[in-house]
Design a binder for this molecule. Sequence first.
Ligand code: NCD
Ligand code: ZN
Length: 347
Amino acid sequence: MTQNRLTIRRPDDWHLHLRDGAMLDAVLPETTRHFGRALIMPNLVPPVVSGDDAKRYRERIVSAVPGDAQFEPLMTLYLTEATQAEDVVAAHRAGLIHAVKLYPAGATTNSDSGVKSMDRVTGVLEQMAEAGVPLCVHGEVTDASIDIFDREAVFIDRVLNPLRERVPKLRVVMEHVTTRDGVQYVLGAGDSMAATITTHHLIINRNHLLVGGIRPHYYCLPIAKREEHRLALREAACSGDQRFFLGTDSAPHLQHLKENACGCAGVFNASNTLSCLAHVFEEEQALDRLEAFASLNGPRFYGLEPNPQSVTLVRQSQAVVYPAEIETSDGPVTVFDPGFDLYWAVH
Ligand code: NCD
Ligand code: ZN
């Protein structure tokens, strides 16, 4: 008998870009409709670097939450070579921030203030390890001689593994893991290590991006890889292993900045992520593990309780219709197109 109903704890999104101003107003309802909490990425311009910045950004998000929604933004700080360990630890102790984000300088959208030399941040990382502050990493090297499709695997060898040997007590999340290499590294690393997986990397490979015309709305960083890597991500997400959990990496950019001679990196998937995930987990005969991936494993890693509320997914006979784009006062943002009809509706 095919299952057509699934009730799970209300999910959280452990990697989300909300931006600010008009964009924040437009995209936030797409997340608060389904998610209880989200870990908010700090790559604004200028970035969220201090406890004070995080406090003010949190207030702007809270005031943009639509009236009837219950939503808690979980803040992060952007690690720079000037970050003060005392500020990080105090903000964490106060419950204001839940992680610090490492962007190698130049690795992705708005990462110019990122870290150039890991030696310069080792002191901060040691104090974070002592205080139990997790480090979220954008795991790609930026060396111009390294092929874009190899940047995650090389990051593991050159940066992540040496870092974990140097600061073994540090709790690390490899954000938006996109390769079999990344999955295997996490599996071999024990409980201090976890990884988030995005919605789109479970669905598209690099052919979707490049075959039959370039699809700018599938361009994101880390870039989608070969099919064998997508299959490894599906296996990890659907395994129920507590080290893997959902981070959508929903990253809105105005449509004209993506459909551009030099298009921005980022996929906006907040609107239809849950329907996409139910589709993927059903295909993998793992609907019974969707709750672990979307609602349980993340809070466990971050030392929080799962959300008390629940959501019910219902498999309809008619396709669920999502808007192709979201309007902002500066122009539209294109919603992720999984390339197939979605039948799982969120109630
Ligand atoms: C993100 C963004 O637009 O801020 N882009 C992306 O392609 N994922 C940055 C990031 O998470 O790398
Ligand atoms: Zn991101």
